[in-house]
Design a protein around this ligand. Structure first.
Ligand SMILES: [Zn+2]
Length: 114
């Protein structure tokens, strides 16, 4: 049985090293990403321990997956971005001392429920 390896060069210290396919991690683009976005080969340099990623063509990624590489898929950015209410609460004046006291009372009553 032959072990597939990929040869890469560290961007930080310029060391060229081989990574066995079973130790390769591929970062696949989100399913909704632009079709032009390619997978990335994530690697850690054995000399300087810098973590780097290098884009690889889909064909190479498929071959590496078949040879035992691990893959994870990037999340869909639309699903992980925080959603804010469309309208902020109506507030035409700055917070007053009475508002602050009411806020503390409301927070305190929530804390007692828990
Ligand atoms: Zn390095």
């Amino acid at each position: 049985m032959t072990t597939t390896t990929i040869r890469t060069t560290c961007d930080s210290c310029q060391l060229t090293f081989d990574v066995p396919s079973t130790a390769i991690v591929l970062a696949l683009p989100a399913p909704t990403a632009d079709a032009a976005v390619e997978p990335s080969f994530v690697h850690i340099c054995p000399s300087c321990l810098a973590c780097d990623s290098t884009p690889v063509p889909w064909r190479t990624a498929t071959y590496l997956l078949d040879a035992g590489a691990t893959a994870f898929t990037a999340p869909d950015l639309d699903q992980i971005q925080p959603r804010y209410p469309e309208h902020r609460p109506d507030s035409t004046r700055p917070m007053s001392l009475d508002d602050l006291i009411d806020l503390y009372a409301a927070l305190d009553s929530d804390a007692r429920v828990l």
